[in-house]
Design a protein around this ligand. Structure first.
Ligand code: CTP
Ligand code: MG
Length: 232
């Protein structure tokens, strides 16, 4: 059984909208409704757990889950202080039949069925997968004075996106290890890397952006307009 944990328990500070960016409207629908909708439609996903802020539960239930009839959403789970804690809370509620878990940022409303499929397929030959894309710009590793220390070869640098997909037991082990060692990581793949387990990258999509700052919302709207006009 394949479970998707969709994260919506941030505060959206960098978006500066005065409320959680997940509920901002993108082309007539809350950002979170776009993200959940793609997993709802995907035949490879059996169950969805949405991690939310407790004070936003009614809003999420009425304006997202019920309004768009997301019947694969089995639970709304309260998040934690860090993204990692929110994922952990979600993991504590997956169905007992679950063996593959995908973690996705609710703030990535432009993910596609193809990306989800690539992640799940790749897991047949490894334990942990992240989608991502080759970087377009050259990256510089700098020190505290902004002096350049290293310029990594561009073809070995990828940006990471979500979903990231895992065998459930591996992700649980990685989270428990991080709890014991008091490690905080910015993504789940990094937690698995800490165990010494290989994480494989698969191709995401340059359009699978994370809505982080106001300009991302403009970008997402343009991508959706373009998709509607030229691809459907
Ligand atoms: N997230 C979460 N729980 C947290 C922090 C983040 O579920 N404690 C979720 C966010 O809702 C988002 C995803 O993780 O879907 C990626 O995080 P980010 O883009 O950083 O969102 P926010 O933390 O909400 O934004 P900011 O960092 O600007 O406050
Ligand atoms: Mg954040």
């Amino acid at each position: 059984m394949n479970t998707a944990i969709i994260l919506a328990a941030g505060r959206g500070t960098r978006m500066n909208a005065g409320r959680n960016k997940q509920y901002l409207i993108l082309k007539n629908k809350p950002i979170l409704a776009h993200s959940i909708g793609i997993f709802q439609k995907c035949n490879l996903i059996d169950e969805i757990i949405v991690v939310i802020n407790q004070d936003e539960e009614a809003n999420c239930r009425i304006n997202v889950i019920e309004k768009y009839q997301f019947n694969k959403v089995k639970k709304l789970v309260p998040g934690g202080d860090e993204r990692q804690h929110s994922v952990y809370n979600g993991l504590m509620h997956v169905n007992s039949e679950c063996d593959i878990v995908l973690v996705h940022d609710g703030a990535r409303p432009l993910v596609t069925h193809d990306v989800i499929e690539r992640c799940i397929n790749e897991l047949r030959s490894c334990e942990a997968v992240s989608c991502g894309m080759p970087i377009k710009d050259t990256v510089k590793i700098i020190d505290e004075n902004r002096n350049v220390r290293v310029t990594p070869m561009r073809d070995s640098v990828w940006i990471t996106q979500t979903p990231q997909a895992f065998k459930l037991e591996i992700l649980l082990k990685a989270h428990n290890h991080a709890l014991e060692e008091k490690i905080i990581c910015t993504d789940d793949a990094m937690l698995v890397e800490q165990l010494g387990i290989n994480v494989r990258m698969v191709e995401g999509d340059y359009e699978n952006i994370k809505i982080t700052t106001p300009d991302d919302l403009i970008m997402a709207e343009s991508i959706l307009n373009y998709k509607r006009k030229f691809r459907k």
